[in-house]
Write a new protein. Structure first.
Length: 132
């Protein structure tokens, strides 16, 4: 039994979050295709999945967010939900539900933030919606 969440912290200009690593490619650790477009995405593209509350019933699909971490920032497109209500099944690669404060990012995001590869996996960040 895992804790599940229907909501996430309020989005501000510096929303605190925890950055995690995900593959959005076919046969990657992200499970099925992305929720926004039913497609897979290259790990070389800066894309993210947001916790259920922030994903907001697909309202942030294909919107850009700016992620600040490690003294740098990068813009990434929201393509998927990091499901905070369900998990432990094939669609979720048998992983537990996401906490409510996750920005699950492709390797391109980690590279753009200049995080050394041996430190990939978890990083305290802030993010905001991009002006686009």
């Amino acid at each position: 039994m895992y804790t599940t969440y229907e909501c996430s912290p309020q989005v501000t200009t510096h929303t605190k979050a925890y950055l995690t690593l995900n593959s959005f490619e076919k046969d990657g650790d992200g499970g099925g295709p992305s929720e926004c477009d039913n497609q897979y995405h290259s790990d070389d593209t800066p894309v993210v999945a947001l916790s259920t509350g922030w994903f907001n019933h697909k309202r942030r699909c294909h919107k850009k967010i700016t992620i600040h971490g490690n003294g740098r920032s990068v813009e990434a497109m929201v393509v998927d939900e990091c499901d905070s209500t369900m998990g432990c099944d094939a669609d979720h690669d048998y992983q537990p539900p996401c906490p409510n404060n996750i920005v699950d990012a492709s390797k391109a995001v980690w590279e753009a933030l200049g995080v050394p590869k041996d430190n990939w996996g978890g990083l305290e960040i802030t993010w905001s919606e991009s002006d686009a």
